[in-house]
Design a protein around this ligand. Structure first.
Ligand SMILES: [Zn+2]
Length: 157
């Protein structure tokens, strides 16, 4: 076989997958979501080696590769690490505009993403200033919780 110049570039086909599936979230996420649903609290797991409090909890510390055992409640207040204001629609997400922020809850080492509510998003530059990195938020819990991450959202303090 000689050189086939047709193989120099990848062959691209367009397609669209729309898949709904149910999956077991595992032991660690099950405890996290049940605690969220039944107690209205957010819990992380503490690494026995580096003492990081991982939120959302992980079964193993991703830095030390050791199993985590100790559960620790965190928040409900925290600090914005990063955020985005979404003005375009995405499948499976609320109608825009909305805000998603990574927040390090008090007592946690890692940041967790969730929606931020209660802001006027009509002028992006104004909203972005209100949401600056370092701003404080609090987790607000729904009265009717389902054991989902949407059982709470963040709100500026
Ligand atoms: Zn660790």
């Amino acid at each position: 076989m000689g050189q086939d110049e047709r193989l120099d570039a990848p062959l691209i086909h367009s397609g669209e997958w729309k898949i709904h599936y149910d999956y077991a979230v595992g032991e660690t996420a099950t405890r996290f979501f049940l605690h969220l649903r039944d107690e209205g609290k957010i819990a992380g797991k503490k690494c026995p080696s580096c003492k990081a409090v991982l939120v959302p909890p992980r079964a193993y510390c991703e830095r030390c590769f050791v199993k985590t055992e100790e559960w620790v409640d965190v928040g409900p207040e925290g600090t914005i690490e990063a955020f985005t204001i979404v003005y375009e629609p995405f499948d499976g997400l609320p109608p825009p505009p909305y805000v998603v922020a990574y927040v390090t809850l008090d007592g946690a080492t890692t940041a967790m993403a969730n929606f931020v509510t209660g802001l006027d998003l009509s002028v992006p530059e104004v909203a972005a200033r209100e949401l600056a990195v370092g701003k404080r938020v609090e987790a607000v819990f729904s009265d009717e919780r389902e054991g989902m991450i949407t059982d709470f959202h963040y709100r500026l303090k």
